[in-house]
Design a protein around this ligand. Structure first.
Ligand SMILES: [Zn+2]
Length: 435
């Protein structure tokens, strides 16, 4: 077999994937992930793997492959990436989001950041290693999933429910939204490794009252009841709750940045983090934001019901407290039901796999400092965690100091520097040596 160079391949792999339209608007009516899955499967088959394409619905395709490690008796590691991307409005972009254009030393397009970059890095490093006959020390399962952007119903959730056997032996998982650098100064960079995710509670609230004429007295007005409940929830100041991940993050960062960390005033520390404050600030407490309102149909008719939607996010270990508070704020005449509900997850920033990530980063960037953080949203990791895996967001990228990377997730002009992709391949290669 020809020896392949992952650093050379990664850019073309990323561009090819971007050019394959796999937009997912959440309605199961888009192009699906089939074409992207076939591309990935072909690239894996070329280096001797036997990838399986698994369709959960028409064109909703996932790819899973297993690499036999040197010691298959050890627990296996899962590397996962999603193949779908969120929709776009091409007119807003400098370069067409399906072009995979290279400009200003970056690859441009929808998915360049979330997460065809990491898909390409996984493909490149696996192809390089297998073409050189370099197996990982233990079994590595690769999963390229559908539907992450709409909750994983046709992707990670479906795979873990219908095909758990494909993940036999996997106890640890590496996926998205982590491992990228945030510059402290010329010499030092934080690399944020995701070790926790907030839980999700999208709720529909309904106030039930007594319908009637708008000119009459009515003490059971559903609109009034609902408005008061929404106001209470929206204005509620959730108390700061420092989870293990946030504590470790703040300790590490304040020690290295010479910031003072007062555990009784974590917000003051976070406020000093510049652009990072937006990301980290949301992980200090539960949140619940009213997002939609509906009720009534005529100015002189009091409706029987009124509804609202609330986007709730709870910290690992604080789900019970979250719902107890919500129920208190709702009051007796407003009920809630879930539109979407998913767990919070958290794992420690310790153990050999964490060391392997941190060491691989330092080997390629001597100014790297790996720190754990909590993602305020959710990823496929929630589904895989149900199979007993502890998981990390680790898609390693060394980024220029002035690039607003976290702002590009689902944003306009998504782009990833070519050098960052090459860096990622080198780091993942070292990581797989030590995993
Ligand atoms: Zn993503």
């Amino acid at each position: 077999m020809t020896v392949l160079n992952g650093e050379d391949e990664v850019v073309e792999l990323c561009r090819d994937l971007i050019r394959i339209d796999s937009t997912n608007a959440g309605d199961n009516a888009g192009p699906g992930e089939r074409a992207a899955a076939e591309y990935v499967a072909e690239k894996l088959a070329e280096v001797g793997l036997e990838p399986r394409i698994l369709e959960s619905d028409d064109r909703r395709a996932n790819v899973v492959a297993r690499i036999a490690g040197e010691d298959s008796s050890r627990d296996a590691l899962l590397l996962h990436g999603h193949l779908d991307v969120v929709p776009f409005n091409a007119d807003d972009w400098t370069h067409h989001p399906l072009s995979g254009e290279i400009a200003d030393d970056c690859v441009w397009g929808r998915g360049a950041v979330d997460m065809k970059d990491m898909d390409a890095m996984i493909l490149a490093v696996v192809r390089q290693r297998l073409s050189q006959g370099r197996r990982p020390p233990r079994d590595v399962v690769l999963a390229f999933t559908a539907d992450e952007e709409a909750g994983g119903t046709y992707g990670a959730q479906w795979l873990s429910e219908k095909h758990p056997d494909l993940f036999e032996g996997c106890t640890e998982a590496i996926g998205e939204v982590g491992g990228f650098s945030v510059s402290i100064d010329e010499a030092r960079r934080l690399y944020l490794i995701e070790t926790a995710e907030k839980g999700i509670a999208w709720m529909r609230l309904t106030a039930h009252g007594r319908a009637g004429h708008g000119s009459m007295l009515n003490s059971e007005n559903a609109v009034t009841e609902l408005a008061e409940a929404v106001g209470r929830i929206g204005r509620y100041e959730w108390p700061v709750r420092l989870t293990q991940t946030v504590k470790t993050f703040l300790n590490e960062v304040s020690a290295n940045l010479n910031l003072e960390f007062d555990p009784d005033d974590a917000e003051a520390t976070v406020a000093k983090l510049g652009p990072l404050a937006r990301m980290i600030g949301a992980t200090l407490r539960n949140t619940a934001n009213p997002t939609m309102l509906a009720g009534g149909y005529k100015a002189n008719v009091i409706p029987q019901t009124a509804t609202a939607h609330v986007d709730g996010r709870f910290l690992p270990g604080h789900e019970e407290e979250f719902f107890a508070t919500i129920d208190e704020l709702l009051g007796p005449n407003v009920t809630r039901e879930f539109v979407y509900h998913d767990i919070a997850i958290e794992t420690g920033f310790d153990g050999p796999l964490v060391r392997a990530m941190a060491d691989a980063l330092v080997a390629e960037d001597p100014g790297a400092l790996a720190v754990p953080y909590t993602l305020s949203g959710g990823t496929d990791l929630k589904a895989f965690s149900r199979l007993g895996m502890r998981g990390f967001g680790f898609a390693p990228l060394r980024l220029p100091a002035d690039l607003d990377f976290s702002g590009m997730f689902h944003g306009v002009d998504e782009r990833v520097p070519v050098d960052s992709l090459r860096f990622g391949v080198r780091v993942l290669d070292r990581f797989l040596d030590a995993c």
